[in-house]
Design a binder for this molecule. Structure first.
Ligand SMILES: NC(=O)c1ccc[n+]([C@@H]2O[C@H](COP(=O)([O-])OP(=O)(O)OC[C@H]3O[C@@H](n4cnc5c(N)ncnc54)[C@H](OP(=O)(O)O)[C@@H]3O)[C@@H](O)[C@H]2O)c1
Length: 313
């Protein structure tokens, strides 16, 4: 088996961390990039090569996967306004990648980063596209694929949750979900180690769809998160319970502005429905049983590292 692994989304928050972990484990990584040359990447070694291209370019994807013994698909659209924007990347991107893999004489196994959002496809265009991104893989006979469904992932380099952590660090906790709502979390290094664990089981990694979280069964509610942040901060944090109507109004405004500026919005009506969903708790047992992976970083430690990396501690 070759030691070459193809990766998409290597320039993103999770993909960077995955690539770092793979390189440290001795893999030769060929990474798809839309930016050229990719000098912004923190790790530059002879065992990392860049393949210019986009998920919409079948020829680039052919070059990406040629000779690879596995493919790790971290690329995805996480922000957007229309269903078509998410569909183009999260569904059609998977279709093109699967086709490129199956064109190989020995199709390499595929690990796709899905999302826990795929469990609730009716909530948002993003969630629907993540579910469809999994479903299209089922159509391909001869494709060995695994999909991981992480919950909210945080860690150094993340742009989505850091603003919230910053507010809490300053002493105000905007509580965006329902008080009774519960959710799982996952530190990015633990997700990267789950990917690495999958590679260790090649050429016969476990197939199917798996949830994974940071080891806290039953997850967190907002109060638990704020209390952990208070311990880290060494001082009380004021809770600011943001009503759903207020979030919906903000989403409307942000989306309208984003349309004018042609920029992907941070908050959309679909994102609000995701935030207000009461149950984002997931279960590690199937993935741990199939792979032996166990999370190592609980929230208190992970968020301390995240704040430190952002210069906040
Ligand atoms: N972050 C989370 O909390 C979380 C939770 C669950 C699941 N996920 C899933 O994990 C994956 C990675 O998320 P992330 O947080 O790392 O997102 P991110 O930081 O926005 O990174 C997305 C990556 O995908 C690439 N990409 C986007 N569109 C592409 C296209 N058309 N062709 C080629 N590459 C493209 C981006 O390339 P550029 O650098 O060129 O933009 C970037 O490398 C996504 O599939 C997401 O759904 C994330």
């Amino acid at each position: 088996m070759s030691r070459l692994i193809a990766v998409t989304g290597a320039t993103g928050f999770i993909g960077r961390c995955v690539v770092r972990e793979l390189l440290a484990a001795g893999w030769h990584v060929r990474a798809l990039t839309r930016r050229r040359p990719n000098t912004s990447f923190p790790t530059q070694t002879p065992t990392l090569e860049w393949q210019p291209g986009d998920l919409a370019h079948p020829a680039a994807l052919q070059r990406l996967v040629q000779g690879a013994c596995a493919v790790v698909h971290c690329a995805g659209a996480v922000r957007g306004i229309t269903a078509a924007e998410f569909e183009r990347v999260n569904v059609q991107g998977s279709v093109h990648l699967a086709a490129a893999i199956l064109d190989q004489p020995e199709p390499p196994p595929l690990l796709a980063l899905s999302s826990l959002a795929a469990r609730e496809p009716g909530l948002s265009a993003y969630a629907a596209s993540k579910r469809r991104g999994e479903e299209v893989l089922q159509r391909y006979e001869g494709l060995l694929w695994t999909a991981l469904r992480p919950p909210a992932v945080y860690g150094p380099g993340d742009r989505e949750l850091l603003p919230l952590f910053r507010w809490m660090h300053k002493g105000v906790a905007p509580v965006l979900g329902p008080r009774e709502g519960r959710f799982s979390l996952l530190y990015v290094d633990d997700l990267a180690r789950a990917v690495l664990r999958w590679t260790e089981l090649l050429p016969h990694p476990p197939a199917g769809v798996y949830e994974l979280h940071d080891g806290r069964s039953g997850g967190y509610d907002w109060e638990a998160v704020v209390q952990i942040m208070e311990t880290l901060r060494g001082a009380a944090i004021r809770r600011l319970y943001v009503p759903a109507w207020c979030l919906r109004a903000a989403a409307w405004l942000v989306t309208a502005t984003a349309r004018v500026l042609h920029r992907p919005p941070m908050l959309t009506p679909g994102k609000v429905r995701e935030l207000r969903h009461p149950d984002w708790v997931c279960d590690n047992s199937a993935w741990t049983k199939a792979s032996g992976w166990r999370p190592e970083v609980e929230f208190a430690r992970g968020v301390a590292r995240t704040l430190a990396a952002a210069g906040l501690r």
